[in-house]
Design a protein around this ligand. Structure first.
Ligand code: SF4
Length: 197
């Protein structure tokens, strides 16, 4: 198959015009074989990963967000939803003389969500978010979980109010796509949240 890519379709592109990978993507999407793949993607990453050498991957814009250009998407909605759950400690009580000690059991409740790196993969892989961009999304739910179950936090009433509506927890259709998407392999947070609140 001869293909030059769609490089010239864009007014400005950082790719070489013939090296966009579109032709390879078309082949993969039609379940046709690729062989002698030396690179998993050409410029700009010029990436070559030995375990992936015989596999091809397609790099697309993050699903669920408006595409600005090429691979760049508008991630503002993600952070607007995150801000709704106030992703920080809420506690108006006077601070203790020393640090607040958590027991191992108390920390265990939040040890998984603490590992979240806010990569957005869970929210962008969620069909409920695709169909309703007002849905707060798995990442914001998980951040709420992380604080609701932190014994030092006193914002549970505020956060439950934010989540207890059609664009909050009740928009989740329990599809759990994020369990495959999450690079940190976090646990099934929405199920935990549903069960424990
Ligand atoms: S995919 Fe995992 S690490 Fe990324 S934002 Fe979601 S929970 Fe956090």
């Amino acid at each position: 198959m001869g293909t030059g890519g769609y490089g010239r379709a864009f007014k400005i592109t950082s790719n070489a015009h013939e090296n966009t990978g579109d032709g390879l993507g078309m082949i993969l999407r039609n379940n046709l074989p690729l062989q002698d793949m030396e690179f998993v993607q050409f410029h700009p990453t010029g990436l070559q990963i030995e375990p992936l050498r015989k596999k091809a991957i397609v790099i697309d814009p993050l699903p669920g967000f408006e595409i600005i250009k090429d691979l760049a998407v508008d991630i503002d909605p993600f952070f607007e939803h995150l801000a709704k759950v106030k992703p920080y400690l809420i506690n108006d009580e006077p601070p203790p003389d020393k640090e607040s000690i958590q027991s191992p059991e108390e920390f265990k409740r939040i040890s998984d969500p603490v590992a979240c790196i806010l990569c957005m993969s869970c929210t962008s892989s969620c069909p409920s978010f695709w169909s309703d961009p007002e849905y707060i999304g798995p990442a914001a739910l998980y951040k709420a979980y992380r604080h609701i179950f932190d014994m030092r936090d006193k914002g549970i009433k505020y956060r439950v109010d934010v989540l207890d509506n059609k664009q909050g927890l009740w928009c989740c259709h329990i599809i759990f796509n994020y369990m495959d998407a999450c690079p940190k392999k976090v646990k099934d947070n929405e199920r935990d949240l549903t069960a424990e609140t």
